[in-house]
Design a protein around this ligand. Structure first.
Ligand code: NAP
Length: 261
């Protein structure tokens, strides 16, 4: 029970990484707001959490409606009088248009960069003043390993996540003196619908050769690290850009040849 009496908000938390974060934060005693576009799906998540003795509520958040980036935070603060933990998990791309610089669609590039970045910037902007008033808070931004290891495609997604890393570090610097901490978690290949729908079996097989821990990550692998940054276990840490990617990019390129020959 690391988060007793804490109020948390997690965007896009009906599935995948966001859902795993909602479950682990609730198991640790937080009242978790499920930021979701579907109240029906959020209700299923809330019922499951409540059945296990946890507390959760719904707040409307839609990645396609930018006013909700701020209104969801204001709603939680109006209901609870505070917000201790903000997990900005929402993030998307469209692989049909988000390709390399030459082949990718320019309008889509800027739309994806703006959408992903605003979905982190605006909730932070709305939450930080209340966190300061309450003596502190913890923001955890879900970035991607693609923000630090360039890809052959998905340039808009990678650039948007790199911008989120920088935003994370700037917020850490600007509000550390108020005990508002801000860290980013960079998932590698995690077995969620978003990831698996966009990748062929051949791609996954090839990619796995470059993951020293030799498995696709589970959403819980990310949620455990989010819990660490959300809780006082990380009370002396801010501005981290933490890769949670099974060692991807950490070893010599010869690794895959020698281990998998
Ligand atoms: P996921 O399993 O596909 O879940 C996506 C979530 O986003 C769902 O809860 C979905 O809600 C919600 N969502 C989608 N569009 C939305 C919208 N317009 N408004 C509100 N909610 C919306 O995704 P994931 O893989 O867990 O990804 C979560 C985060 O991790 C993203 O920021 C992603 O970039 C990052 N990430 C993932 C991986 C990976 O390998 N999976 C790797 C690096 C980074 P519905 O239930 O309503 O559809």
């Amino acid at each position: 029970m690391k988060l007793k009496n804490k109020v948390a908000l997690i965007t896009a938390s009906t599935k995948g990484i966001g859902l795993a974060c909602a479950n682990i934060l609730a198991e640790n005693g937080a009242l978790v707001y499920i930021g979701a576009r579907s109240e029906e799906l959020a209700k299923e998540v809330i019922n499951n959490i409540e059945e296990k003795g946890g507390k959760a509520k719904f707040v409307y958040f839609n990645g396609k409606e930018k006013e909700t980036y701020t209104s969801m935070v204001n709603q939680v603060i109006e209901n609870e009088g505070k917000l201790d933990i903000l997990v900005n998990n929402y993030g998307v791309t469209d692989v049909r248009f988000d390709r390399d610089v030459v082949k990718g669609d320019s309008d889509k590039f800027f739309e994806i960069v703006e959408g992903n970045l605003q979905s982190v910037y605006l909730p932070c902007k709305a939450a930080i003043p209340t966190m300061i008033k309450n003596g502190g808070g913890s923001i955890v931004n879900i970035s991607s390993i693609g923000s630090v290891i360039p890809d052959l495609s998905r340039v808009a997604y990678c650039v948007s996540k790199a911008a989120i890393n920088s935003l994370t570090q700037n917020i850490a610097a600007q509000y550390a003196r108020y005990n508002v901490r801000c860290n980013a978690v960079l998932p590698g290949l995690i077995g969620t619908k978003a990831a698996l729908d966009n990748m062929s079996d051949e791609f996954i097989e090839g990619f796995l050769k470059h993951i020293p821990l030799n498995r696709i990550g589970d959403p819980c692998d990310i949620a455990k690290v989010v819990l660490f940054y959300a809780s006082d276990d990380s009370s002396y840490i801010t501005g981290d850009i933490e890769e949670v990617a099974g060692g991807f990019g950490k070893v010599t390129p010869q690794y895959s040849d020698s281990v998998h020959e």
